[in-house]
Design a binder for this molecule. Structure first.
Ligand SMILES: *[C@@H]1O[C@H](CO)[C@@H](O)[C@H](O)[C@H]1NC(C)=O
Ligand SMILES: *[C@@H]1O[C@H](CO)[C@@H](O)[C@H](O)[C@H]1NC(C)=O
Ligand SMILES: *[C@@H]1O[C@H](CO)[C@@H](O)[C@H](O)[C@H]1NC(C)=O
Ligand SMILES: *[C@@H]1O[C@H](CO)[C@@H](O)[C@H](O)[C@H]1NC(C)=O
Length: 365
């Protein structure tokens, strides 16, 4: 219930702080691949900008951003795309107030669901180059991004890099696979993006212990699990989780050793599914970002106690849990929840816009 309210209210105020942004020099045309299902901001330095979206290889105008509910033009002109899907692959043109061209992006949102994940320390091999014959001799290969930072400092951590599917006819003209293929329907198990992980260990340089505390999450769906969302987490950033101070690693998950937690691969582990009560902490870019404390039985009236004015429901944890349980005192909760959710949204916007300087907060569900 509350989760629905939270979603409604927070969609009205976009959750931009956790998204990653891409820029392209003015008057340039940038072609790139990204992953689907991960929010992204396309920069355009032109307040009052107009955006248009075209499908690849079609000359007809398809729609502009105002007709796509998952796209929003921000006051500074940039385009915020929530949960892009593979069919959002195409051309994104930004024009200024007077209709003059500012930047053009050509983006291939590769399907994160087909992500091929390998771990160097488990001796798992990335995909091989493969040839494709659509006429000329094309080669399918993975274009690797640089390694992201280590996800933890001071203790053993892991780092990942993303690799996008590219096709080239000759070494001079590689193109992201689905921009190359356009309308051509072709299925091949080689046509997929990749993620590679390896162990790392780096010393700490800064210690910032300001973070959000989410109290009292409950394991409450049918499977007795809960989804925790790491604020600011993204597949494009290093994310690290621990449970009762024990590191959760991709190595354990990929080798089937971790049984009580699952990092969601579709967002680089920003969401964690947990099956046991514990204290979970997440780190983004090596910085402690949030702590989640579990509690098996929550008294709804607890949330009414004075002196806890800053409250924030946990947004995405609940996105996946549609079947919310019927709580006692639902009426009271809903009323309180509405007010707190709105407050939470506003606080969230305010807080994150000033970088995430945090205070103690409570989780309301
Ligand atoms: C536009 O605003 C967004 C969100 O506030 C920010 O992430 C982005 O960097 C800004 N873009 C420019 C060009 O300032
Ligand atoms: C975008 O679409 C809206 C609604 O269809 C329309 O009113 C508006 O003029 C369009 N803008 C551009 C730049 O084409
Ligand atoms: C695969 O193809 C790419 C692009 O031509 C090339 O850079 C890379 O070295 C090739 N890898 C192998 C193992 O041949
Ligand atoms: C985790 O570590 C912190 C600080 O090192 C300590 O205060 C806390 O008691 C530990 N928690 C558990 C469950 O071991």
């Amino acid at each position: 219930m509350l989760t629905t309210l939270w979603l409604l209210l927070c969609f009205a105020l976009p959750v931009q702080e956790s998204s990653f942004s891409i820029s392209c020099p003015n008057r340039k045309h940038c072609q790139l691949a990204l992953l689907s299902n991960n929010d992204i901001i396309l920069q355009c330095n032109a307040p009052g900008a107009q955006w248009q979206f075209f499908l690849p290889l079609k000359t007809t105008w398809v729609s502009n951003s105002t007709t796509n509910i998952n796209m929003e033009i921000m006051p500074n002109g940039s385009l915020f795309i929530t949960n892009p899907l593979p069919y959002h692959t195409g051309f994104y043109h930004c024009n200024d107030k007077d209709g003059k061209k500012v930047v053009q992006y050509e983006i291939d949102f590769q399907d994160v669901v087909s992500l091929h994940i390998t771990h160097k320390d488990l001796n798992q091999k990335p995909l091989q180059n493969e040839s494709l014959s659509l006429g000329s001799k094309e080669l399918i290969f993975t274009h690797w991004e640089p390694w992201q930072d280590c996800n933890r400092c001071g203790v053993p951590g892991e780092r990942k890099r993303l690799g996008y599917c590219y096709i080239q006819e000759s070494p001079e003209n590689p193109m992201p696979c689905w921009l190359y293929l356009g309308d051509v329907k072709l299925w091949s198990s080689r046509l997929r993006p990749e993620m590679q992980v390896e162990a790392c260990h780096i010393p700490c340089t800064l210690i910032d212990m300001k973070y959000i505390i989410f109290d009292n999450f409950q394991l409450r769906n049918k499977m007795g699990s809960a989804w925790l969302t790491c604020p600011l987490g993204s597949i494009y950033r290093p994310v690290f989780w621990e449970a009762n101070n024990l590191s959760l690693t991709w190595k354990d998950q990929l080798s089937g050793k971790s049984i009580s937690t699952i990092m969601d691969t579709s967002n680089g582990g920003s969401w964690l599914q947990v099956f046991q009560p514990a204290t979970y902490r997440c780190f983004v870019q090596q910085e402690l970002t949030a702590q989640f404390n579990s509690q098996s039985n929550v008294d709804p009236l607890r949330f009414l106690s004075p002196g806890k004015s800053e409250q924030q429901p946990e947004a995405k944890e609940t996105r996946k849990e549609k079947d919310s349980s019927v709580l006692k005192g639902l009426g009271v909760m809903m009323l309180v929840g509405t007010v707190l959710t709105l407050l939470g949204c506003l606080l969230k916007q305010f807080r994150f816009s000033r970088r995430w300087k945090r205070n103690k907060m409570l989780l309301v569900k």
